[in-house]
Design a protein. Sequence first.
Length: 275
Amino acid sequence: MSASAHETAPGGAGLAPAFAAARTRLGLVALLLTLAGVGWWRTVEWMQGMDAGPWTGLGTLAWFLGIWVVMMAAMMFPSVAPTVALYSHMSRERSPLSPLIFSAGYLVTWGAVGASAFGIAFVGDRFGGDVLAWERAGRWVAGVTLLVAAIYELTPLKDVCLGKCRSPLGFLLGSWRDGPAGALQMGAKNGAWCVGCCWALMASLFALGVMSVIWMAVVAALIAIEKTLPWRRVAVYGTVTILLVLGVLLLAAPDAVPGLTIPGESPMQMGQMSS
């Protein structure tokens, strides 16, 4: 068929804009995945030698927040990319900046979570001393944290939050705001649903070693599987099983946990964390 036939075919006038929009969405997803890849690369580089196992020290606030935001981009952008692409498709402005602002709002919410985690750790160290030391309560608290995370996976709140993450159309329609400020607000709200879905898995990351690239990858994989695997119940119950097994092993036989750094065996130089 000739080019002129294409141009005069019924509905042909609408094909070019549709293809252009599809290319834009694919480019946006590719950009987010690239940013995630850069985040993984930088995280691996920064975290070398810093894994001290469960309840690893967080260093200074500025250092921790910097690496935390990069970690969240690396871990979360692959699973949130479809939501950002859908937002881009629905946006009336068609501005290339709006999806990026949406993504920035998403990271703002997770940045607030990181700041809260640092505050909890600071208060705990100030008033609890070394209560989370491995030879004291650290091992037991880590194991219980994983068991609590497994239980949370089966709660109605988790189910609602995961539903919002897996089916973002309803969220976007129900909370739509125009303009850059609206994009930022919607991204932050989407991040809040994601926090509701994933906070227990993030707590598990702290319990296993927040500076461990291995456990970071495991938690990121569980999050991505839960949000994207077509078989929702299989994904959730698979996560529950993994958390239960890890929790029991931490309590009964921590040496049997592959990839776990036992505190005291590989001491970390805290001076590295502020460099």
